[in-house]
Design a protein around this ligand. Structure first.
Ligand SMILES: Nc1nc2c(c(=O)[nH]1)N[C@H]1C(S)=C(S)[C@@H](COP(=O)(O)OP(=O)(O)OC[C@H]3O[C@@H](n4cnc5c(=O)[nH]c(N)nc54)[C@H](O)[C@@H]3O)O[C@H]1N2
Ligand SMILES: Nc1nc2c(c(=O)[nH]1)N[C@H]1C(S)=C(S)[C@@H](COP(=O)(O)OP(=O)(O)OC[C@H]3O[C@@H](n4cnc5c(=O)[nH]c(N)nc54)[C@H](O)[C@@H]3O)O[C@H]1N2
Ligand code: SF4
Ligand SMILES: [Mo]
Length: 903
C-alpha cells in the first residue's frame, strides 16, 4: 500500500463510524471536532511555552501553544541548533498522544487472569506499597538478583535513573533492548580505539557528527553506511544533510544500504549491500586503501599504534621489558630502520625515526609484526571481486565509492547506522569503520565525523550510577563474564536474563519491573515471552498507554507522563535545550519520581538489601530524583541562571559555535604532562588501529568492570579472546546455504513512528496504517506476490504478516519490513494477536551465535520465506481512516501532580 492512498479528507469525512467501534469495546471518547468549537467560544489567550519534544531520541526544541490549559498546537523552535525550527509528524502527534482516550490514567491492578485485560483502579499509595512489598519479599526469599528491571532504550533520558534504581534494590539484572543491539557497540568500539573522555563516534542518527550541523563545515563527501537520517532523524540529521547538499558546493554521498532510501536517492553511489555482510565490505575497503596507498602515512605513524610492535605470545603490544630494552612494562616498542633495531617509544613520537607501519621484525627471539602488518594481513583476501561476490555488489561501483571517500581534494567522513549493531558482527563492524577513518586521518579536523568538541556545562542525563554493587552481585549479572562489553553500561545480557527467567539457569528470576512500551515489538524473537512470563511471580509495567505487554504480562500498571508533562535539560551542540512540563493529566507521574518513591517505600518497609555504601550515601532515604533535579539547577546556576529563567529562555547558548567547535584537541598541551600533547584517551594515547584494548576487555573486563570493593574489578576471561581487528563471519542463517527460507530479512526506521510507540495515534496510522514489506519484482513474481497484497512472512521462529510493496528499491533476495503492532486488537478475543499479526520481531533471532563482546543477537540479516496470505485475522487490523476515530483526543482538564517534585 502506498503511503499516499489515505488522505486527510478521507479521515475527516468519516467521523460517523463510532458506534461500530464502541461495539468492539474500545473507548469511544468525544472527538476533537466535538470539543473544539466549545473551547473556541470561551477561548482564552494562547500562551506559548518553550519546551522540547521526546517522541524520538532527537529532543527537538518546540513551542507548545496552550489555551485554557490545553495544548492546542506544536511548532518547531527555530532557536534549536540541531532542528532549527524543524519538527516531524511524531512530534506533532504529541497532542494526540497526550490526550489519547486510552491513556494509562491511574495505577491499575490486574484482577482477571493474565491476558484477560481486566483491571481495577487503585491508589498510588497502595500501588507503591504493593511493589515495595514484593521487592522486599522476593529479595528476602531468593536474593535481590531475582528481580529484573528493564527500560526503553532509544535514548531514554532516564537510563541512569533506572540503573540507579537497580543498585538501590541491589540487583545487577537491569537491561534494555537497545544497548547490545543499539549504540553501545559503536560507542564501545570508539571508547576502546579512539579513547575515553566523551569523543563522539560514527553514529550520526544518534546526534553525533557535530560538525555537520553547521553548513560552513568543510566536509565535501559523506559515506552513509547503513543509516538513513532522512527517516531516522528527520528534523535534525536529515535536515542538516539536506542543507549540506543544498550548499553551492554541494555534498557528494555514498549510501551503503540494501534499500533505495530517501538518502540513497540523493547519493552519487548506492551500494545495495546484502544485509549482514558489512564486515566483508569494510575489509574490502581497508585492503583497497592500503593497496592504493590512499592512507595518511604521517598521521598513521604519529597518531596510531600501527608502527607499534606486537608480541606474538601475548597478542598485546610489545613492551620494553619483553623486548629486552631499557624501560618499563608500560613502554611501547617500534622498529628503527636506520639502526635496524627495536627502540622504545618516547611519547609522542621518536624524532627522526621513520618507524615502518608494516612488516615483521625479530626482537628478543620473537617474530613481532607491527599493528599495521596485522591490519594488512586481516584484509589480505578481500579483493574488490571477493567483496563484490560476498556482499552482492558490483566491483566497479565499490571502487567508485572508494574514490569519493578517498578523494585527496576533499574531506570525507563515515556515518555508521544502527544496522551494524543488530547482528553478530556488531563490534567488528564498528572497529572496521573506525579504522578506515583513522587510516584516512579523518580525526578532529574541520569537516570530519570524529570530534571532541567542548562539553556542555550540564549533564545529559538525570542521575549517575554510583556503581556500588558488591563483587558478588556484579558476578551474578546475567551474561556478564562472556560478554564484558555490556559492563560499559552496567547492563545484563537479555537472552541470559530470559534463560534465568525461563529455566532458572543459573538461578531463577521471579520478578520483572518494566518501564517502557511494548517489549513484544522491540525484542528479538519476542514470542519467547509467552513461555517466560508464566514463570514469573510478579510483573510491573510503567507506561503511558496499554500495550501487548501490559495485557499479556503485567500484574500492575503504573501510569507515566507524556513528554509534554516532563522536565529535563538536554545538551545540544553549543546550547542547552530545556524541557518543561506544559500540563499534567490524571494521576500520571514522571518516571524518576516513580523510581524514587518505590525505593523509599522499600526502605520504609524494612528492606535490608540496599548496598551499604548506597545507603550511607543517603541514596536510599532521600529522593534521588529531587536531588538530581536540584543538581541540574546547580548546573544551570553555573550559567548564573535559575531553572525558571532557563525555561523562559528555552534554548540557552552557553558558547558560540566557534568556542564550541574545538578541533584537534589531542594536540593541545597536556596539563598533567606539560610540554607534551594530550593525545587520545587510550592507554598509549594513540588511536588503536590494532585494538588491543578489546583483547584486554575480554580477558579482564577492563576498562569497564567495577564494584563496591574493587576498581578495577578483574573478572575471569571470556571463553575466547575478543579480536583486535575486524574479521568477517557469514551470518548463521545465510542465503548462500538456506534453501528452505530463501530470502534475507532486514529493517529500517519509519519517520512517523518511534520503535513500538505511536501505533495508536490516529493521524499517524492514517498515513501508514500497516507495515509495508518491500520485495523486489523478481522475487515477488517468483513467490506469487502482488503489490498491495497481505503476505505471510515466516522464519524458523514464527510467522507474521506484512503488506507487499513490490519495488526495485530493494536488493534482489532481500525483504524489508519495520516493527509494528495493532493496539486495536488488545480488546479482542486473542490479544496476543496485537503483537503477533504484523511484527517482524516474532521472526528475529535471539539464540546463539552472539557477538562475543556485547552478546548482540540477530535482528537483521536472517532468513525468511514469503507467500500470499488470506489469514482471517488480517480483517481485524484497522486500515481505513474512519477506523481510527475512537483514538481521537479526549477532553480533559489539567490535574495536580500526584507527588511533590521538589521543583
Ligand atoms: N527487529 C528490530 N528490533 C529492534 C530494532 C530494529 O531495528 N529491528 N531496533 C532496536 C533499537 S535500535 C532500539 S533502541 C530498541 C528500542 O526498544 P525500546 O526502547 O524498548 O522501545 P520503546 O519502548 O518502544 O521505545 C522507547 C520508549 O521511550 C519511551 N519514552 C519516551 N520518553 C521517555 C522517558 O523519558 N523515559 C523512558 N523510560 N521512556 C521514555 C517511549 O514512549 C518508548 O516507549 O529496539 C530494538 N529492537
Ligand atoms: N522515526 C524514527 N526515528 C528514529 C527511531 C525510530 O524508531 N523511528 N529510532 C531511533 C533509534 S533508537 C536509532 S538506533 C536510530 C537508528 O537510525 P539509523 O542508524 O539511521 O537506522 P535505521 O533507519 O534503522 O537503519 C538504517 C538503514 O540500514 C539499512 N540496513 C538494513 N540492514 C542493513 C545491513 O545489513 N547493512 C547495511 N549497510 N544497511 C542495512 C536499512 O535499510 C536502513 O535504511 O534511529 C533513531 N530515530
Ligand atoms: S525528530 Fe520529530 S519526534 Fe524526534 S524529537 Fe524532533 S520533532 Fe520530536
Ligand atoms: Mo536505537
Amino acid at each position: 500500500m502506498s503511503q499516499a492512498t489515505l488522505t486527510r479528507r478521507g479521515f475527516l469525512k468519516s467521523s460517523a463510524a463510532m458506534g461500530a467501534v464502541a461495539a468492539l469495546g474500545i473507548s469511544a471518547a468525544d472527538s476533537l471536532t466535538a470539543v473544539d468549537p466549545a473551547h473556541a467560544d470561551e477561548a482564552g489567550e494562547v500562551k506559548i511555552i518553550k519546551t522540547s519534544c521526546r517522541a524520538c531520541i532527537a529532543s527537538c526544541a518546540v513551542l507548545a501553544h496552550v489555551r485554557d490549559g490545553r495544548v492546542v498546537k506544536i511548532e518547531g523552535n527555530p532557536e534549536s541548533p540541531m532542528s532549527q525550527g524543524g519538527v516531524c509528524a511524531k512530534g506533532l502527534a504529541g497532542i494526540q498522544a497526550l490526550y489519547h482516550p486510552n491513556r494509562n490514567k491511574y495505577p491499575m491492578r490486574r484482577v482477571g487472569e493474565r491476558g484477560t485485560n481486566q483491571w481495577e483502579r487503585i491508589s498510588w499509595a497502595d500501588a507503591l506499597t504493593e511493589v515495595a512489598t514484593k521487592i522486599n519479599e522476593v529479595s528476602d526469599k531468593y536474593g535481590s538478583e531475582a528481580i529484573s528491571v528493564s527500560t526503553g532504550g532509544g535514548g531514554n533520558p532516564h537510563f541512569s535513573n533506572v540503573k540507579r534504581f537497580g543498585e538501590a534494590i541491589n540487583t545487577p539484572n537491569v537491561w534494555e533492548p537497545g544497548c547490545s543491539q543499539c549504540y553501545l557497540p559503536r560507542m564501545g568500539a570508539s571508547l576502546l580505539a579512539y579513547g575515553a573522555g566523551k569523543p563522539n563516534n560514527l553514529s550520526f542518527s544518534d546526534s553525533n557528527g557535530w560538525d555537520y550541523y553547521y553548513t560552513d563545515s568543510p566536509v565535501t563527501s559523506l559515506v552513509l553506511w547503513g543509516t538513513d537520517p532522512s527517516n531516522s532523524s528527520v528534523a535534525t540529521g536529515g535536515r542538516a544533510l539536506a542543507e549540506l547538499r543544498n550548499r553551492p558546493e554541494g555534498l557528494r554521498t555514498v549510501v551503503i544500504d540494501p534499500r533505495y532510501t530517501l538518502d540513497a536517492a540523493k547519493a552519487e553511489v548506492w551500494l545495495p549491500i546484502r544485509p549482514g555482510t558489512d564486515a566483508a565490505l569494510l575489509l574490502t575497503w581497508t585492503r583497497w586503501i592500503l593497496e592504493n596507498e590512499k592512507y595518511d602515512e604521517e598521521f598513521c605513524r604519529t597518531w596510531t599504534n600501527m608502527p607499534y610492535l606486537i608480541n606474538p605470545e601475548t597478542r598485546l603490544t610489545l613492551k620494553a621489558t619483553e623486548a629486552g630494552l631499557p624501560g618499563t612494562d608500560e613502554d611501547y616498542v617500534i622498529w628503527d630502520p636506520a639502526s635496524n633495531a627495536p627502540v622504545v617509544v618516547t611519547y609522542p613520537f621518536n624524532e627522526g625515526v621513520a618507524a615502518p607501519l608494516f612488516g615483521t621484525f625479530e626482537v628478543n627471539g620473537m617474530q613481532c609484526p607491527t599493528g599495521g602488518q596485522l591490519l594488512k594481513e586481516s584484509c589480505e583476501e578481500w579483493t574488490l571481486e571477493k567483496g563484490a561476490e560476498i556482499c552482492w555488489l558490483d566491483a566497479g561501483q565499490i571502487e567508485r565509492a572508494l574514490e569519493i571517500y578517498t578523494d585527496p581534494n576533499g574531506q570525507s567522513g563515515i556515518m555508521q547506522g544502527v544496522c551494524i549493531d543488530q547482528y553478530v558482527q556488531s563490534q567488528q563492524c564498528a572497529l572496521g569503520a573506525l579504522n578506515l577513518e583513522f587510516l584516512m586521518g579523518n580525526v578532529e579536523k574541520p569537516g570530519t565525523m570524529l570530534q571532541k568538541f567542548a562539553p556542555a556545562p550540564c549533564k545529559d542525563q538525570l542521575g549517575n550510577t554510583p556503581r556500588l554493587l558488591s563483587k558478588e552481585k556484579v558476578m551474578k549479572r546475567c551474561g556478564t563474564i562472556e560478554h564484558k562489553g555490556i559492563l560499559c553500561w552496567d547492563m545484563a545480557h537479555i537472552p541470559s536474563v530470559f534463560k534465568a527467567m525461563k529455566d532458572g539457569d543459573p538461578y531463577q528470576i521471579h520478578m520483572w519491573i518494566e518501564r517502557s512500551g511494548n517489549k513484544h515489538v522491540v525484542l528479538g524473537n519476542s514470542s519467547c515471552l509467552d513461555e517466560i512470563v508464566p514463570k514469573l511471580d510478579y510483573v510491573v509495567q510503567c507506561f503511558m498507554y496499554p500495550t501487548a505487554f501490559s495485557v499479556l504480562c503485567a500484574d500492575l500498571l503504573l501510569p507515566t507522563t507524556e513528554w509534554l508533562e516532563t522536565n529535563l535539560t538536554i545538551p545540544q551542540l553549543n546550547t542547552i535545550v530545556m524541557r518543561q512540563a506544559v500540563t499534567h493529566l490524571f494521576e500520571t507521574v514522571e518516571e524518576g519520581i516513580i523510581w524514587t518513591q518505590i525505593v523509599q517505600k522499600c526502605a520504609e518497609l524494612g528492606n535490608e538489601h540496599c548496598p551499604k555504601a548506597f545507603d550511607e550515601a543517603a541514596c536510599m532515604t532521600t529522593p534521588f530524583y529531587k536531588n538530581e533535579y536540584e543538581k541540574q539547577k546547580q548546573h544551570l546556576n553555573k550559567l548564573e541562571m535559575s531553572w525558571e529563567d532557563a525555561c523562559e529562555q528555552g534554548v540557552i547558548q552557553w558558547a558560540t559555535p566557534e568556542e564550541y567547535r574545538t578541533y584537534q584537541t589531542y594536540l593541545a598541551d597536556d596539563p598533567e604532562n606539560p610540554g607534551k600533547p594530550k593525545g587520545f584517551g587510550t592507554p598509549s594515547k594513540k588511536l588503536e588501529v590494532y585494538c588491543e584494548s578489546n583483547i584486554i576487555l575480554g580477558r579482564t573486563g577492563a576498562p569497564w568492570s567495577q564494584c563496591a570493593e574493587e576498581a578495577p574489578l578483574v573478572l575471569p576471561p571470556a571463553s575466547a579472546d575478543y579480536e583486535p581487528l575486524c574479521y568477517y563471519q557469514e551470518p548463521a542463517e545465510s542465503p548462500l546455504t538456506d534453501t528452505e527460507y530463501p530470502l534475507v530479512l532486514t529493517e529500517g526506521r519509519l519517520p512517523m513512528y518511534h520503535h513500538g510507540t505511536l501505533r495508536n495515534i490516529p493521524y499517524l496510522r492514517e498515513i501508514y496504517p500497516v507495515p509495508e514489506m518491500w520485495i523486489h519484482p523478481a522475487d515477488a513474481e517468483k513467490y506469487g506476490i502482488a503489490d498491495g497484497q497481505w503476505v505471510n512472512i515466516e522464519s524458523r521462529r514464527g510467522k507474521t504478516h506484512g503488506m507487499a510493496h513490490v519495488t526495485t528499491a530493494i536488493a534482489k533476495g532481500v525483504v524489508y519490513q519495520e516493527r509494528f503492532w495493532a493496539p486495536e486488537l488488545l480488546d479482542s478475543d486473542d490479544p496476543a494477536q496485537a503483537y503477533k499479526v504484523m511484527n517482524i520481531n516474532v521472526l528475529t533471532k535471539n539464540d546463539p551465535p552472539y557477538n562475543p563482546e556485547y552478546g548482540t543477537y540477530t535482528l537483521r540479516g536472517f532468513q525468511v520465506k514469503v507467500s500470499p496470505s488470506d489469514d482471517e485475522i488480517l480483517d481485524s487490523v484497522w486500515v481505513r481512516p474512519e477506523q481510527f476515530q475512537p483514538w481521537m483526543p479526549a477532553p480533559s482538564d489539567a490535574t495536580e501532580d500526584v507527588f511533590d517534585y521538589g521543583a
